[in-house]
Design a protein around this ligand. Sequence first.
Ligand code: CA
Length: 253
Amino acid sequence: MSTKQLVAASMVTSADKFSQPLEARRILIIEDEVDIAELIALHLRDRYEHVELCHDGKLALALAKSADWDLIVLDLRLPSMEGLEICRQLRAGENYVPILMLTSKSSELDHVLGLEMGADDYVTKPFSVLELTARIKAMLRRMSVPKVTNETTPDKLSHRGLEVNIAKRQVLVNNQGVELTAKEFELLCFFLRQPGEVFSRAQLLDQVWGYGHQGYEHTVNSHINRLRAKIESDPTQPKILVTVWGVGYKLND
Ligand code: CA
């Protein structure tokens, strides 16, 4: 089925979905292939209030910086400025909006670079729109403030000078605020909930990144390194997130 036929087919389905109220979310889709961008937008507009499209890299960077987005879908290959550069510049400007990268199937390097440049997740082209929307839904759910807290899900976690307020997504290291990307925040909370327990890279990928990331264990290393740079007093001699040689990582208890 061609993309145009897919668009036509999904218009029929979306016409039947009047029942659910839209979530007040702002999503920016940066993708130069207009058919694909519109197909994604069509599906997201069924669920979210504000979905905007941009087909050019430089314009997209300005647009990404100009508003408070809840999530950005970012294509890797774009005219005038590559997706990775957009991602890099946003992160360099301490903009930690969740980014879902769209990568091409041909290059494995794309995945790795995409995650190492500070993207939070990726989907490989050609993708199913249902999978993409499921990923977006999961990313937004993880970002949202939990409405109910109880003993099993405390809203504050602390450990050795580290204080994490989950509801406010705030991290303090020795009373100094630090900015983490969505994925770094999840990774840190994951360890804080299980002090002393050792996790392999494969286990971390499975439990923090979710399904479909097998084979990208080395992206765990780069996230751990970035996290260490933000929370350890000497990232070359980590005292909080330590390496267990030959096994993986643990939070020092
Ligand atoms: Ca493209």
